[in-house]
Design a protein around this ligand. Structure first.
Ligand SMILES: N[C@@H](CCC(=O)N[C@@H](CS)C(=O)NCC(=O)O)C(=O)O
Length: 363
């Protein structure tokens, strides 16, 4: 009567789910998607080839790291991933978005642009070259091009400097306990940037405290031997060393995120989808349109995924529900970094998940 996680060692989102399961002490076994059960039970239920997927002891099948984590949070865990207080909650959600979506650029670039150096490693990980080619085909629509690659690398190096300072003082992003911010950032930082030879060496050589955090995030306990600070605090404070990270995130995600939110609004106005309608015509199609925008100084053309609303809505929901005085405090904090537009406060449609795919929802 164990949980089963269908995932792979080199997969971005499998790492996010696995790290959570381990730390919470959940009894699970991991299977690769090549396991016969994946074809027999999982594929018919989720209608697309994607990992990770959780199968519960009761036979429930859950795709998507947000919903997998949500399943356990609802039942109660050792170390809840979602902070209780509003500022910490909202900031954690923004960092999760950064790790889960914005860092696809960094992860996919370092995985696929250094093929000569990494070929043996990648061929060992990927059982077949068709899967390798499919992954590489995603690069341009994620905004990874010759023009943006220098910006992506500069962003990665800047990120490591910031995180290395932070993790010398704090074991986790928000302080003493891991939160959804850590799980979100761990996806790219582990599977791609922390394992593939070229970026993993950069992490070890330039940011040893970040490498230690990667180890910590794989431990079955709070692996915090080198920190002496006591317990966790319940007030709505954030470590000061997180501030450069929030500025870095704002520099990376805008104007792209604002442009994506506008494109989703335009799509809603033009298509007027029914409540509950799938966001795309096929379950495997994640992007519904392509826009021209910028990553730092590089012009890019990227696909727009409605899924981003699913990640960011909880932050704007939490904000909207606050009394004015608290709204003001949080807005002041986020405005310091220009992060306020990351809250999708004006969207006329929401994204929900039904039977493991994204659907439109009228508020
Ligand atoms: N939103 C999903 C994303 C899962 C995802 O993109 N998984 C990748 C592997 S890390 C995948 O299966 N990709 C297959 C494909 O896109 O062809 C989640 O959080 O679980």
């Amino acid at each position: 009567m164990q949980y089963k996680l269908y995932g792979l060692p080199h997969s971005y989102y499998s790492g996010k789910a696995r790290s959570y399961l381990r730390l919470q002490g959940i009894d699970y076994a991991e299977h690769s998607p090549a396991h016969p059960a994946y074809r027999e039970r999982i594929l018919p239920a989720i209608q697309r080839s994607i990992i990770p997927v959780l199968e519960t002891p009761e036979g429930e099948i859950i795709q998507d790291t947000v919903d997998i984590i949500g399943h356990f949070e609802a039942r109660g865990v050792r170390y809840p991933a979602y902070p209780g207080t509003p500022l910490r909650f909202i900031v954690a959600m923004l960092i999760e978005y950064y790790g889960s979506q914005a860092m696809l650029k960094h992860a996919m670039h370092y995985r696929w642009s250094y093929l000569a150096e990494q070929e043996r490693f990648l061929q060992h990980a990927f059982a077949n070259s068709a899967a390798m080619l499919r992954m590489q085909s995603y690069l341009p629509r994620l905004g990874v091009t010759e023009k943006s690659i220098p910006e992506i690398e500069a962003s990665f190096h800047a990120l490591l400097v910031i995180l290395n300072v932070h993790f010398q003082l704090h074991p986790y992003l928000l302080g003493q306990r891991p939160t959804i911010a850590d799980y979100g950032l761990f996806g790219p930082m582990y599977a791609h940037l922390g394992r593939d030879p070229v970026p993993a060496n950069i992490v070890k050589q330039q940011a040893p405290a970040v490498f230690r955090w990667l180890e910590r995030m794989q431990a079955p306990n709070l692996d915090t031997v080198e920190y002496h600070s006591a317990g966790s605090s319940d007030d709505d404070m954030l470590p000061q060393t997180l501030e450069p990270l929030l500025q870095h995130i704002a520099n990376d995600i805008f104007p792209e995120l604002t442009d994506k939110l506008a494109a989703l609004e335009a799509h809603a106005a033009a298509q007027q989808p029914e409540d509950g309608a799938p966001v795309s015509d096929k379950p495997h199609r994640r992007q519904i349109t392509v826009i021209t925008t910028r990553f730092r100084r590089a012009e890019i053309e990227v696909g727009v995924e409605p899924y981003l609303l699913y990640l960011l809505q909880p932050a704007s929901d939490r904000f909207k529900a606050l009394p004015d005085a608290e709204k003001h405090t949080i807005q002041q904090y986020l405005d310091r970094f220009g992060l306020m537009p990351a809250l999708p406060l004006q969207q006329s449609l929401r994204v929900d998940r039904q039977h493991n795919i994204e659907v439109w929802r009228k508020p």
